[in-house]
Design a protein around this ligand. Sequence first.
Ligand SMILES: Cc1ncc(COP(=O)(O)O)c(C=O)c1O
Length: 414
Amino acid sequence: MKDKILENLIEKEVKRQKETINLIASENFVSKDVLEALGSVLTNKYSEGYPEKRYYAGNEIIDQIEMLAQERALKAFKLKAKNWSVNVQPYSGSPANMAVYYALLKPGEKIMGMGLPFGGHLTHGWKVNFSGRFYKTIQYGVQKNGYLDYGEIRKLAKKERPKIIVAGATAYSRIIDFKKFSAIAKEVNAYLMVDMAHIAGLVAAGVHPSPFPYADVVTTTTHKTLRGPRGAMIFSNRESRIAKHYKIDITSAIDKAVFPGLQGGPHNNQTAAIAQCLFEASQPSFKKYAEQIVKNAKTLAKKLREYDFQLISDGTDNHLILINLADLDVSGRQAQSQLEKAGIVVNKNTVPYDNRSPFDPSGIRLGTPVITSRGMKEKEVEKIAELIYRVLIKKENPTIINREVKKICNKFPI
Ligand SMILES: Cc1ncc(COP(=O)(O)O)c(C=O)c1O
């Protein structure tokens, strides 16, 4: 029997998603097939363990689904099973990162990652997160110009000698030089862990350099640019020099960390949806989509600059843009709220060297994955930049802007 209250709430959320321009850089709209896999009867099955090594009976089909997801994950990133293995069971990005630390570190050992205020993720060693509480953490930042400073990162690594160096970010709009990170990690005998959550779809499509030639471990969520269900994967490099140095079988250490270390039964509906999204990522249309994400972001950056907005690093190479509002009479929180009234959904974000608090920072973060999935291109993006300008600088009435937003949305159904 259907619960009308819930049905009504879901319908309201569908309407919200349809009628707003979503510029949240970490979100996406998945295909109907991904939704169907997520909503399938696979959710009924327990399958603790791994393919052909389960603790419950009845897993013959589940094994095939998990192996299919693994095979497609390797293929999507052009990896060979003899060099890389992949675990598709982590419930989400944070548990995936936790599993890597749990596998490779003893409590109290050192992680070096990008600080949250500079664009790193909570799980890269931020003090309120498990990663900052159970391990010693060293945080690097970006320069005043918004770019990573590999010389400074190297100096810090040599001084602190972390056991894991994390490369990857939540709010960094430039290409990350994995080769430079790898040279630093080698110099100090650290594992290089790349968290490519934000850029995974761009990497799969070849529009961002791949971390795989350089990393010991790569983690990713599956729900951002990769456009799959909420979930995550951990890739481990069987050839990892540093794992050999520590006499660790990296694949088995990570598999054991995920289960039984940190999780119980995998979410099989989620695994199937990951297999579906990886199937979609192997289609030629996915490459076009990823290229368009970057084109849209670059167009948005160019237009915003023309409207005199100050952008961190002055632009973007990927799917996201950070606007620094410090010189304007509007804070990040106010900007988020004004834009939401107009039907444009963004998130407030700290900017490097922010003088304000994380609850009301000086910036907003914009991303183009969702609008690109809806089929919007440069023309619509230019219009979106104009609407942002009219809300935040011209202070036009957001309700009037909202009518224009709805018109655009109607042309691009979800
Ligand atoms: C770089 C990065 N890693 C990990 C995560 C965590 O993913 P989840 O929210 O699925 O735990 C995020 C989420 O925003 C992220 O941006």
